[in-house]
Write a protein that binds this ligand. Structure first.
Ligand code: GLU
Ligand code: ZN
Length: 307
């Protein structure tokens, strides 16, 4: 096994298993098999209101139907568990405490109304709204005052105010985001639950993920995640953002275009090998004109370089 190569699929169990998710899972599985590396599956269920066990079961069942078995993660175990984010809160908390102690994160007592006010002001001035740093250097007295008002704080990361967050994306090439457009963002909400951007970094780092291959919609999250990697002194993985699956009207594939969940295709009678073959060709172009591939052929020929 190639220990230098580890990828993951990290679904949020908030509904039926969408074919877009299946394609992300497939690309990760293919590169892992191609590189003789490891494929991990983790459940990202910090959105408590929308996550269900039913959806989790559905995703796992559909992945097995497609033959996308994983080497580490939910159900199969491994040395970096647990593999469900709601069971990992103590780990996130330890990382947050370290950032607070090192002064790299701070409590923010601003109310939703105050934040909205500042947002509107910035928009009026034609600026991209970011946090106004109101709480970045509060005095003890101010903190006491806020506490006595019963305000529940969120926690924000101190983000560099200039420079860029840059990375070489496996699909998109060199990508840069201005740090000035990021701002000190929330890493733990006032209810004590870490946000996706924070949990994902702790997990990818502690699980030893070397390549993060995921949907394009996460591209704009990447600068925030890099800021967290840097604050914690963790090694930054390679990123690859794959384009969304669009309908014929160039809009994100939805119910309007027909079946969107893996389960619907199964019920219509499609064979798992056919679905795998079809999804592999959505975004990946093999050499030559060939359109039909066995699983073994996909594994041997698939490469992110041609995505
Ligand atoms: N849980 C995220 C999603 O379902 C994936 C996050 C990631 O791959 O970084 O969209
Ligand atoms: Zn604040």
């Amino acid at each position: 096994m190639n220990k230098e190569f580890k990828v993951r699929f990290a679904p949020s169990p908030t509904g039926p298993f969408h074919i877009g998710g299946a394609r992300s899972a497939l690309f990760n599985w293919l590169v892992a098999r191609h590189q003789n590396g490891k494929f991990l599956v983790r459940i990202e269920d910090t959105d408590l209101a929308r996550s269900t066990r039913e959806s989790e079961e559905n995703i796992k069942k559909a992945m097995k139907w497609l033959g996308l078995y994983w080497d580490e993660g939910i159900d199969v175990g491994g040395e970096n568990g647990p593999y469900r984010q709601t069971e990992r809160l103590p780990l996130y908390n330890a990382a947050v405490q370290r950032l607070l102690e090192e002064g790299k994160a701070y409590y923010c007592y601003c109310s939703a109304d105050e934040l909205e006010e500042s947002r509107k002001e910035q928009l009026k001035e034609g600026k991209t709204p970011i946090y106004n740093n109101h709480c970045s250097h509060l005095t003890k007295k101010q903190i006491e005052q806020y506490k006595s008002e019963g305000r529940k704080p969120a926690i924000r990361l101190r983000v560099p105010k200039d420079g860029v967050f840059a990375f070489d994306d496996m699909v998109r090439g060199h990508v840069e985001f201005q740090a000035a457009g990021v701002g000190d963002f929330i890493i733990v909400k006032s209810d004590g639950i870490p946000v996706y951007n924070f949990a994902v970094v702790i997990d990818d780092a502690s699980m030893g993920i070397t390549h993060v291959i995921r949907a394009e919609e996460h591209l704009s999250n990447t600068p925030r995640q890099i800021a967290i990697y840097q604050a914690l002194g963790y090694k930054i993985p390679k990123f690859g953002h794959i384009s969304l699956i669009l309908g014929s009207d160039h809009k994100k594939m939805s119910k309007r275009h027909g079946a969107t969940s893996v389960d619907e295709y199964r019920k219509m009678g499609y064979l798992p090998d056919a679905v795998v073959n079809y999804l592999a060709l959505l975004g990946w172009s093999p050499k030559g004109e060939r359109e039909i591939f066995s699983r073994e052929e996909l594994i041997s020929e698939f490469s992110m370089k041609r995505v």
